[in-house]
Ligand binder design. Structure first.
Ligand code: UDX
Length: 437
């Protein structure tokens, strides 16, 4: 049985380590952050992800999974998965590769002959070939492969154990065979296996995320047209989605995409394509980014259209801070960005979220937060529905009507049942649905 290490125990790494252990491998998770390692060894996940804490506790108890701050503890491993972050650089569109570079160099020094280092982090195309050369200079007994990760927050465990495909960028049969062994239990379930070269494997990830971002911005562009023409984007999305060539998923119009992947990945892709002399090929992603950011502004415009241009002294109730439901991630969250911009215009903004209040407060301490929906909507001039948590769909409009100052709700995610709210006497607004009354 192979022994595996996972370098970087953030969102991707912690999930990968626990999931691979659950497949029966001995796994050691390595991170430089002592607090994180101490927490993980106690079975605590430092972020919210459904089912992960249970899996972590189970795997620690099995004795197969351990976490350490010492990379040398991983010296006897056969495969080293690099799962560190590649955030956007502060002063450019490009990705910060310092964590990937540092981990590769650290592992290169301790890896045993015949082992394979496998990058899972999202990197600009060309990174793996460069790192491969650097690896050969330090340790020519070890190979580098690239195996991009496609997991979605909120479904991380599910996506890791039941991926819709496995893509491996390799330069030898040995590396492919080692990876086939590591993923054997998944391959037995007929998960498609794609062998590629290093640049193609890197590109698959950014191409997939660019396509998803494009799909969301496409429907948000249609939402803008529906608003101008008096149409309803939810009906339009349903209608075009029945064409199997288009498909109905990722056609949910609203305040757009955020999170730690889509926005930074399309920007890094633009930056890298320019370096490659292929700027024009992905120039359309600039428009995808603009449409996406415009959706946030359109939401704010809707608020102003309803309660007046001057937001000073108005109470705005915000439902949702996370960038999507079932996550406490507020990185580049459209919901939190909108809340902060409205606050900056002088309104009193009160934010509710079932899981993301602590990270949201760390980013935007100027906003007011409450764990009680009643507190948040109490005497509100308008309610904004910005993250489609299930509990918001289950709200009773009749009950809430007695708490607010004005019964006005704006659905920024097109996820609420409009008829229900209208029937209870609310003024219902939504992005891309100008026919709402
Ligand atoms: C994404 C990719 O889906 C995943 O494959 C990759 O590995 C990492 O990036 P994630 O960031 O977890 O995953 O979120 P995703 O579910 O893709 O949603 C991204 C954003 O798009 C969210 O803010 C979501 O609210 C928004 N979105 C999604 C829409 O606005 N409309 C949609 O129809 C779908």
């Amino acid at each position: 049985m192979l022994k595996l290490s996972v370098i970087g125990t953030g969102y991707l790494g912690a999930t990968h380590a626990a999931a691979m252990s659950s497949l029966g491998f001995e796994v050691i998770g390595v991170d430089t952050d002592e607090t994180k390692i101490a927490q993980l060894n106690l079975g605590k996940v430092p972020f919210f992800e459904p089912n992960l804490e249970e899996l972590l506790t189970q795997e620690l108890a099995s004795g197969r999974l351990k976490f350490t701050t010492e990379v040398s503890d991983a010296a006897d491993c056969d495969v080293h998965f690099i799962c560190v972050g590649t955030p956007q650089l502060k002063d450019s569109l490009a990705a910060d590769l310092s964590y990937v570079n540092a981990s590769l160099h650290a592992v290169a020094k301790i890896a045993k002959a015949g082992s394979v280092i496998v990058g899972k982090s999202t990197v600009p195309v060309g990174t793996a070939e460069r790192l491969s050369k650097e690896l050969q200079a330090i340790n020519n007994q070890v190979e580098l492969a690239w195996n991009p990760e496609f997991l979605r927050e909120g479904f991380a465990v599910e996506d890791t154990l039941r991926p819709n495909r496995l893509v491996v960028g390799v330069t030898s049969d040995h590396a492919e065979n080692v990876l086939r062994q590591a993923y054997k239990p998944l391959l037995e379930n007929n998960v498609p296996w794609i062998r590629a070269d290093l640049p193609t494997a890197e590109l698959v990830k950014v191409a997939a995320n660019s396509f998803l971002a494009t799909k969301i911005s496409f429907i948000n562009a249609m939402a803008e047209i529906c608003e101008a023409a008096g149409g309803d984007v939810t009906v339009l999305a349903q209608a075009i989605g029945y064409d199997p060539r288009i498909g109905s998923r990722f056609l949910q119009a609203g305040i757009g995409f955020g999170g730690g992947c889509l926005p930074k990945d399309i920007r890094a892709f633009m930056a890298r394509s320019e370096e490659l002399g292929a700027k024009q090929s992905v120039e359309f992603l600039r428009e995808i980014d603009s449409i996406n950011l415009r959706a946030r502004q359109r939401m704010i415009d809707l608020v102003r259209a309803d309660i007046g241009n001057d937001l000073k002294g108005k109470k705005i109730a915000v439902l949702g801070a996370a960038f999507k439901p079932d996550s406490d991630d507020v990185r580049d969250s459209p919901a939190l960005d909108i809340a902060a911009q409205i606050h900056a215009s002088g309104a009193l903004v009160m934010v509710h979220d079932p899981k993301a209040i602590i990270p949201a407060r760390a980013r935007h301490p100027e906003l007011t937060y409450s764990e009680s929906i009643e507190d948040v909507v109490n005497a509100a001039d308008v309610i904004l529905h910005l993250t489609e948590w299930k509990i918001y769909r289950e709200l009773d409009p009749q009950l809430l009507k007695g708490l607010v100052k004005h019964p006005v709700i704006i659905d920024g995610r097109n996820a609420l049942n409009r008829e229900l709210w209208l029937k209870a006497g609310w003024k219902f607004r939504a992005l891309g649905r100008s026919s709402a009354s």
